[in-house]
Design a protein around this ligand. Structure first.
Ligand code: ZN
Length: 362
């Protein structure tokens, strides 16, 4: 007896089984969360701390879980020296000791090897960054080239690297970094040629600045950005710090950059609990920040700036701290700041860097 209904039903069941099998295959714990189900992409994350200790990247994937899509991944380029002469207790943070910090280039190999220990699918969730260079050294650009050559197919950007940072810049062994340094121009030129994202930390002012005075580094920072119109910049923490308060002029500085048609390549990350602290300090400060972000949603990125977290609760702390801000953003701005801008900037970088590598690294 001919039973067309049976044939159709069998085919339907087969298709269903194949679909279920595919869902099971794709739904492994570390796979990319279903598009847009996650809370954010993290444009600013340190896997290791100031003594080069950190979270195992496989554990970190579990911490990201289904909450975080992609992460710009780096260590910290500076190592806090343990000087037994100064204090026999081992420091773990730069404020724990008067001993100097020094540039620790091995961080790049360490990050690359962590990335390479992942499956291909897991790797798609990370954008590793090169940080282990001394930005006062004309040879810094050569270090970046050497890292790309040793670990092709891995990196998407450089940074977070630091020029002026409260309490840090002054205690780095060797010359003090400067925004006016030819070495800095040389390394940004090279990053631009390759297509690497440039994530730069530079406080806009010195600690305890005289009220009303022009922020110490505002003009120099603007000049640096102007000298590199084709670089893709992310200015970490919008230039503020733990005690570098968002001076009244800070809004003007940001606004001026946003309005400058030559500086469409400059973005700002709102990472760090210290920055969140200022933004959500009062309903007025939150609204003020939300207004700017809603007006220019393409220019801001969320990042955590967490350092080697050991739990999801710690990792999501800054995101949760920003809850009052998220509520005031338009759906479009919220999506861009939490996810879309990251995807646009880092997809572009991945494509450019891979093609530069293919053409230049034999
Ligand atoms: Zn950072």
């Amino acid at each position: 007896m001919n039973r067309p209904g049976y044939t159709f039903g069998t085919r339907f069941v087969r298709v269903l089984v194949v679909h279920i099998a595919l869902i099971c295959l794709c739904g492994s714990v570390h796979a990319q969360p279903a598009a847009n189900n996650y809370l954010f992409n993290d444009s600013h994350f340190h896997l290791t701390n100031y003594i080069q200790d950190g979270t195992d990247i496989h554990d970190f994937l579990k911490i990201m879980g289904d909450k975080v899509g992609r992460v710009a991944l780096f260590g910290i380029p500076l190592q806090q020296q343990w000087s037994d002469r100064v204090d026999d207790r081992a420091p773990t943070y730069y404020l724990n000791s008067d001993a100097p910090l020094y540039y620790y280039s091995f961080t790049d190999a360490s990050i690359a090897m962590a990335y390479k220990s992942l499956t291909r699918e897991e790797q798609t969730r990370f954008d590793p960054m090169i940080t282990g260079f001394n930005p006062t050294d004309m040879y810094a650009a050569d270090h970046i080239r050497r890292v790309l050559k040793t670990f092709p197919g891995v990196f998407s950007g450089i940074g977070e690297f630091t020029i002026h940072k409260e309490f840090v810049s002054a205690k780095i062994a060797g010359e003090v970094a400067s925004l006016n340094d030819k070495a800095l121009d040389r390394l940004i030129d090279f990053a631009t040629e390759v297509g690497l994202v440039v994530l730069i930390h530079n406080d806009v002012d010195v600690p305890f600045a005289k009220p009303g005075a022009e922020p110490a580094y505002a003009a120099q920072m603007r000049a640096l950005l102007k000298r590199h119109p084709n670089a893709t910049f992310i200015w970490a923490h919008i230039g503020v710090g733990r005690i570098i308060r968002p001076v009244r002029e800070q809004t003007a500085i940001v606004q001026e950059i946003i309005n400058d048609p030559d500086l469409k390549n400059v973005h700002f990350d709102i990472s760090w609990d210290e920055v969140a602290k200022y933004i959500v300090a009062t309903p007025e400060s939150t609204k003020h920040a939300a207004d700017i972000i809603n007006r220019y949603p393409d220019r801001f990125l969320f990042g955590t700036d967490e350092v080697a977290p050991d739990s999801q609760q710690k990792y999501l702390k800054v995101y949760n701290q920003y809850e009052p801000l998220w509520k005031l953003l338009s759906p479009e701005a919220s999506e861009k700041v939490r996810k879309g801008n990251y995807a646009r900037i880092f997809n572009d970088a991945r494509r450019k860097v891979r093609s530069w590598e293919a053409a230049n690294l034999k």
